[in-house]
Ligand binder design. Structure first.
Ligand code: KMH
Ligand code: ZN
Length: 306
């Protein structure tokens, strides 16, 4: 059984002032992607920054990052169309014209910390349609239960193709809290054959990623989601976080998919994707592992809250 590990090396929020190892230039992002690929990541989720480290949807910067990454290794590129709260939707959606293999699609507007994440319904439909035309696989970012319903409506309207690929984002202020119960609720509601991973921010990243893997999901790791390896311990790059996710998968007796296998598992358009295979499902064999993990997470969350 193989899982897909995605590295998210940069994100839209942190800067080098928060952690000097954060990769922000196309060169640094490409180097982080290559190292993550060497460790077992087969997808890189890319946010671009300008020279002042501000999030940007600049096509020149994005093109350069994509070229540098592809020159270094065969990791599959997923551009973020979330980009950053300060960048208007109309600029963000143009990124898919660069035809990355995948890009994120954020289906709904929401409060995001103290800011506002604008994803207007007409724009989301337009972007979904354009991604479909270009053969760019959307990864659907769902921060709350209603976001799943919005995605299912897009499917009904013919704007998405199955298998749907989801990121369950937990722990953003404005979205659902990072609790095992919320994750379970979402997993139970997924349509058959859906492919998914957990994105949990901050301290919840590790325990919820572990639960996600045990439940049949893929995993994401990187400095977009947490800048720390443990309490008070800054990570000195993306590599230790990716390494930890790979280790976690191996501890759960899961293989880590390479880029070619990932193309098939995710059934990416333009690839050699097989049609019959649904996403990895939890088949009951991991039940005791899962229950133990769940218990461990509940204890951990209780300790963190106290
Ligand atoms: N950092 C995520 C919680 C996207 O990439 O499309 C939000 C995000 C969305 O960055
Ligand atoms: Zn992102």
């Amino acid at each position: 059984m193989s899982v897909v590990i995605t590295v998210a090396p940069t994100g839209p929020i942190a800067t080098k002032a928060d952690n000097p190892s954060l990769p922000t230039t196309p060169e640094e992002i490409a180097a982080a992607a290559e190292e993550a690929h060497r460790l077992g990541a087969s997808v890189v989720h890319v946010h671009l920054r300008d020279e002042q480290q501000r999030p940007t949807a600049d096509l020149g910067i994005a093109r350069r990052a994509m070229e540098l990454i592809s020159e270094r290794c065969p990791i599959l590129i997923q551009l973020s169309t979330g980009v950053g709260l300060s960048v208007p939707f109309e600029g963000r959606e143009r990124l898919v014209e660069l035809r990355p293999r995948m890009a994120t699609l954020n289906p709904c507007s929401m409060s995001f910390g103290e800011g506002e994440f604008r994803n207007p319904p007409a724009g989301v439909r337009r972007l979904a349609a354009r991604m479909r035309e270009l053969g760019v696989k959307p990864e659907l970012e769902i921060y709350d239960t209603g976001h799943l319903d919005a995605c299912l409506r897009l499917l009904d309207e013919g704007l998405l193709d199955e298998p749907l690929q989801f990121s369950m984002v937990l722990g953003v202020r404005g979205g659902m809290a990072a609790t095992p119960d919320n994750l379970l609720t979402m997993v139970r509601r997924l349509p058959p054959g859906a492919i998914w991973q957990v994105i949990a921010v901050g301290r919840a990243s590790l325990p919820l990623t572990a639960i996600g893997l045990a439940l049949g999901g893929n995993a994401r790791a990187g400095m977009e989601d947490t800048l720390h390896l443990g309490k008070g311990k800054l990570t000195d790059g993306n590599a230790p976080l990716v390494d930890r996710a790979v280790q976690l998968a191996h501890d759960l007796n899961l293989e880590v998919a390479g880029a070619e296998e990932t193309e098939k598992l995710l059934q990416l358009p333009g690839g050699s994707g097989h049609k019959e295979g649904p996403g990895r499902r939890w088949d009951g064999r991991g039940r005791s592992t899962y229950l133990l993990l769940r218990y461990a997470v509940l204890v951990e969350l209780a300790v963190l809250r106290s």
